[in-house]
Write a protein that binds this ligand. Structure first.
Ligand code: HEM
Ligand code: HEM
Length: 198
């Protein structure tokens, strides 16, 4: 077995995922008329949505502030560098991959960008209700579109993490922290070779 994700990386992932699902569930109750009628306590649900957003943002700041920041910085350096193999992989050709494959790199970047856009559009939805000078036409549409696209991406992510036989071993890396070396070599060959100093 080899270590894949340290405690900080796993905590950051699960804090983000928990916040996302809390906001998705409450957001959908606000968005879908059938659910709104069923729950029928719009104000309470809205407050829980906003409360989850604040707890989520504070929790992420705390994980970064008190966690292994050097490791997160190393992850980020690796993620933002798309090499030739990554570009081949994104064009649908087979190419040896590093610790994160090109799809995962794109997923991290999109997830981080969406988190910022959710927070900005959500903040203006909140502020616009209190001060109408900040009530802009497109804010709700942006917030809704982010939700729709995220649901698509996260559904694919859940399929790969929980169902697809070739990739679901990865769940061990995100829960316990380690994965089988032969699995890692098959999916992330450059990473395993680098670790062994090859
Ligand atoms: C920092 C993060 C976020 C903040 C501050 C925030 C804030 C808000 C606010 C203030 C509203 C308006 C409620 C209303 O007036 O009816 C809202 C609605 C909504 N939010 Fe969020 N939100 C955040 C993240 C998210 C996330 C991550 C999702 C989905 C995964 C989401 C999905 C929704 C949906 C679907 C609605 C209903 C929109 C509608 O009725 O058209 N939000 N949010
Ligand atoms: C029950 C829900 C979830 C499960 C079981 C899950 C599982 C996993 C696993 C196993 C990995 C590691 C893959 C690897 O070995 O590299 C991972 C990575 C990741 N997860 Fe999740 N995840 C969940 C929810 C979410 C949510 C809701 C988001 C974002 C909204 C998210 C975003 C990410 C990102 C950005 C990565 C790193 C890049 C990647 O592997 O695609 N996850 N997740």
């Amino acid at each position: 077995m080899i270590e894949r994700f340290g405690r900080t990386e796993r905590t950051l992932h699960w804090v983000h995922a928990t916040g996302f699902f809390a906001m998705l569930a409450t957001g959908l109750v606000l968005y879908l008329p059938a659910l709104s009628e069923l729950v029928a306590r719009r104000n309470l649900v809205k407050n829980v949505h906003i409360f989850s957003a604040v707890v989520w943002a504070v929790a992420i700041v705390l994980v970064v502030a008190f966690g292994d920041r050097r490791r997160l910085a190393d992850d980020w350096r690796e993620i933002e560098a798309l090499d030739r193999d990554d570009r081949r992989w994104l064009r649908g050709r087979s190419a040896a991959q590093g610790r994160f494959n090109a799809g995962q790199k794109v997923n991290v970047i999109v997830t981080a960008a969406f988190a910022v856009l959710f927070a900005i559009s959500g903040f203006f939805l909140w502020l616009g209700e209190r001060d109408h000078r900040f009530l802009f036409d497109g804010t709700g549409t942006v917030h809704d579109a982010l939700t729709l696209v995220s649901v698509g991406i996260v559904s694919g992510h859940l399929y790969l993490a929980l169902i697809h036989p070739a990739t679901r071993h990865a769940l061990r890396g995100m829960t316990v922290g380690d994965v089988r070396e032969d699995w890692a070599r098959e999916h992330h060959r450059k990473w395993v070779e680098e670790r062994r100093g090859l």
